[in-house]
Design a protein around this ligand. Structure first.
Ligand code: SAJ
Length: 450
């Protein structure tokens, strides 16, 4: 693209060079997607191991769908670097897909957004125009409040050397029907021309709907409430999973009955809510509501319900062992799964961790089998089991993650390794009647303890 002119037509034939900052679960598939669409791409990450893996065409993240999708850096169109300055000297569009975690006291951590913006705006080539798009999940106002002061600090003029936009990532790890190439996108930008240009740009990435929704805050708010709504809905079924067993009713029977109604949206109770989205994003909305002085009671209460599930399940497991005449100190529990979600190897915010801690605090030993997780990433406190049918002496197995490898394991062989075959279905995906017929004592979240 020639220097000085602000182009709003980001399509391969105007040949904008695309930069992606942050090559994780979102950034890497995004970079590959734009590269596959014919754009020249520069990817940047601060992790040397990620850079090395990509230079060797290895997949550095736990999403197996990318295993054979990594382009070669021998191509001029695919460039991997650890220097943001390489991107700002050549890219016309820079997408920022950095983490937006929460702090230990559940406050939004915008440090990655800030530092990426600081390095980008400090090194923007002032002889050209660069559009910088934030994709990370934030709360309404963050792009403006975090990046606009940096633009002013570095003497840049919006609409001249730089424009900023927000296009929330909508990426569902492990779901091949909703890859970054197959999800609808929304774009917020205070410059309407740039906003519509980015619509044309993202239409090269995804086959689904892409639309300009107005100012930055609209797109920021849409993304965060998508996940807030999901957390609240999951909290409802988790709360029901604690109420109905006390009435000797199985919550799954109730949900199946309710789901016959045309607009009942079914969710599933579980051992807890993990991942880098659902248990995190509500805290962004809570913070923003607090900033504007409006209480977010429902959002806060839903988070409390979901965070309480690991301890609730731990207490039920202790009761199961106690009623079986087993003292906590001499029992072993086998976790089937550790990852926060089925078919991905991602331990971020996994409920397995607080569940294991709650059991270990009571003296119970915890082993774990999860073929999707790198054995190096498990806590030292758990025994890693490579093959559950060769494990010995577990008093209870707990299905923590509904990986196919866990649901479809050799239950007959596993039963033979246990003094008494007991299973706790923490994701309500097992055929407990069939397991009962094989001699298993079956328990489950939301199921009466009879
Ligand atoms: N979970 C339940 N019960 C449910 C659904 C999920 O306990 O009914 C638990 C899961 O086990 C997991 C956590 O919640 O521990 C999150 O599960 P998730 O299916 O929401 O998966 P995520 O965290 O990968 O969420 C992503 C999000 N995508 C983006 O933010 C772009 C979310 O918005 C999607 O709705 C979700 O994928 C999806 O559709 O699966």
């Amino acid at each position: 693209m020639s220097t000085g002119e602000v182009s709003h037509d980001f399509t391969p034939d105007t040949n904008p060079i695309v930069g992606v900052v942050g090559l994780g679960y979102v950034g890497l598939p995004t970079a590959i997607g734009f590269h596959d669409s014919g754009f020249q791409v520069w990817g940047c990450d601060t992790s040397i191991s990620v850079i090395e893996a990509l230079h060797e065409q290895r997949n550095p993240i736990g999403d197996a769908a990318l295993n054979d999708q990594i382009p070669s850096t021998k191509l001029d169109s695919w460039n991997i670097t650890s220097s943001i300055e390489d991107l700002t000297s050549i890219c016309d569009i820079i997408l920022v897909t950095v983490p937006t975690p929460i702090t230990i006291d559940s406050k939004p951590d915008l440090s990655y957004v800030f530092s990426a913006g600081d390095r980008i705006f400090a090194s923007i080539d002032k002889s050209r125009h660069t559009t910088v798009v934030l994709e990370s999940t934030v709360y309404p106002g963050v792009t403006d409040q975090t990046w606009r002061p940096l633009i002013q600090k570095y003497g840049l003029t919006e609409g001249k050397e730089v424009d900023i936009a927000y296009c929330p990532e909508r990426f569902n790890p492990g779901d091949e029907m909703r890859t970054v190439r197959k999800v609808a996108r929304v774009i917020g930008c205070n410059n309407e021309l740039i906003g519509h240009g980015l619509v044309r740009f993202y239409k090269h990435l995804t086959s689904e709907d892409v639309r300009y929704v107005g100012k930055l805050e609209v797109a920021e708010a849409a993304k965060v409430i998508e996940n807030v709504q999901r957390d609240i809905n999951i909290a409802l079924v988790n709360e029901l999973a604690r109420i109905f067993p006390a009435m000797d009713v199985d919550v799954e029977d109730v949900l199946s009955a309710a789901a016959t109604k045309w607009n009942f949206h079914r969710y599933t109770p579980g051992v807890g809510v993990g991942g880098h989205c659902i248990p995190v994003d509500p805290y962004y909305m809570i913070q923003r509501a607090s900033d504007v002085g409006v209480p977010a009671g429902l959002i806060t209460a839903a988070r409390a319900v979901n965070r309480s599930m690991p301890n609730h399940v731990a207490q039920v497991i202790v009761d199961i062992l106690w009623k079986a005449g087993l003292s906590a100190e001499s029992t072993k529990v086998l976790f089937l799964g550790w990852s926060y979600k089925a078919e991905v190897g991602d331990p971020r915010e996994t409920p397995a961790e607080p569940l294991a801690e709650a059991l270990q605090q009571r003296g119970i030993q915890v082993s774990v089998y999860d073929p999707h997780i790198d054995p190096e990433t498990f806590p030292d406190s758990v025994e890693v089991i490579e093959d559950p049918t060769k494990a010995k002496g577990h008093d209870l197995a707990v299905l923590v993650t509904a990986h196919k490898a866990c649901v479809n394991l050799d239950w007959v062989s596993l039963a033979k390794t246990m003094p008494t075959p007991r299973i706790y279905d923490g994701r309500r995906v097992l055929d407990l009647d069939a397991l009962s017929e094989q001699g298993w004592s079956c328990f489950a979240v939301g199921r009466p303890f009879s």
